[in-house]
Design a binder for this molecule. Structure first.
Ligand SMILES: [Zn+2]
Length: 359
């Protein structure tokens, strides 16, 4: 049955997710530090997350904002943090592609969209008074935090895998994913697997075409089980759920998704927020999802909470464990929100960490 309307207009209402939080009444959003207890399976999931997160995941804070703002203009003149990236600034518009290799796999960063988070707005998840100075020192305008939105495409060993799907046809933020996919020479019909990191808008709205049909009709859609279950009763997701249900393959924490890709629980951002570790030949890369949003804050100040995280304490613990591992192992990372194209590594710097993009 065709889906008559995309879900974007419903999904992007302010604070659309609060009703999902089990154990919270609708007034939970007005009680920022009210805590609830994770269900037993959620605790188990946290315990299973032994490679990255050392503490149990016990408490969940009410989230009071959607992960990303509803409508906003694209960043007009993004000023990346390195001279090399600045040289490439013209090439980071929605629809751009950045190819690289990962063992036997071809990989592309696919530019979907830009996100600007104006300071002082309730949509900004951080509110530390030092943020304007941090932005200025990075060569950015002091009044907004810029994020990129770039899914990752992998092709090889018999599969075409897309990790996250961008903003789709969201009002005010038309995604460039399909343009980028075409620029990479890949047809949407050829995508065999779509991997989702969490249920928040700008990761999965690209699952649907503007008409509400399946954007990747032949792909199995892999979604962390708890996030999928959290979507089911949410009215704003009804059309999306109806469209993708026949193709959805929910998975448990730590699942092997393809012979090359393993799900890595990165608890905190959502109920079962998940990264993906990709191994091919002697190459390894970790897709970090929303464990890290911007190097200026997430890498430089991993101890800072943000109101996008459902469980702020778990979010901090996940960031710190992730950065420690990445620096220790010189692990190649892919971030869907770091400055384009989002590929690089972290190094220790003094008592903290610094992001080293590949270009
Ligand atoms: Zn995100």
């Amino acid at each position: 049955m065709p889906i008559s309307a995309p879900t974007g207009s419903l999904r992007l209402l302010p604070e659309p997710r609060r009703a999902r939080l089990p154990g919270f009444r609708s007034d939970a959003a007005h009680m920022p530090h009210r805590k609830g207890i994770f269900a037993a399976r959620r605790v188990l999931a946290g315990l299973l997350f032994s490679t990255l997160l050392t503490g149990p995941v016990m408490a969940q804070h009410a989230a009071h904002h959607p992960e990303h703002p509803a409508t906003q203009p694209p960043v007009q003149h993004p000023v990346p943090n390195t001279a090399a990236a600045h040289h490439e600034a013209h090439a980071d518009a929605p629809g751009a592609v950045h190819p690289f290799r990962l063992g036997n796999l071809e990989a592309w960063s696919l530019k979907d969209s830009d996100i600007a988070l104006p300071l002082g707005a309730t949509r900004t998840p951080w509110n530390d008074p030092s943020i304007p100075a941090i932005l200025t020192s990075a060569g950015l305008a002091p009044d907004a935090i810029p994020l990129s939105n770039q899914p990752l495409l992998l092709r090889g060993e018999g599969r075409v895998v897309l990790i996250d799907t961008g903003a789709g046809s969201s009002p005010g933020a038309p995604g460039g994913l399909q343009t980028a996919l075409a620029a990479a020479g890949v047809c949407a019909d050829d995508v065999t697997d779509v991997l989702i990191t969490d249920y928040l808008d700008r990761h999965l709205l690209g699952l649907l075409t503007p008409e509400g049909g399946l954007a990747f009709p032949n792909a199995q859609v892999h979604i962390p089980e708890e996030d999928w279950e959290a979507m089911l009763p949410y009215p704003g997701d009804a059309a999306l759920v109806a469209a993708v249900t026949p193709n959805v393959a929910p998975f448990k924490p730590g699942a092997v998704i393809t012979p090359n890709i393993t799900a890595v629980p990165l608890a905190g951002h959502t109920e079962s927020h998940t990264g993906y570790e990709i191994v091919s030949g002697s190459d390894r890369l970790l897709y970090v999802g929303d464990a890290l949003h911007t190097p200026l804050i997430s890498v430089a100040h991993p101890e800072w909470t943000n109101t996008w995280d459902r469980d702020e304490a778990a979010g901090v613990a996940t960031r710190q464990a992730l950065l420690a591992r990445a620096a220790r192992e010189n692990l190649r990372l892919f971030s869907g929100h770091f400055p384009w194209p989002g590929v690089g590594r972290v190094e220790t710097s003094g008592a903290g960490y610094v992001w080293r993009p590949e270009r």
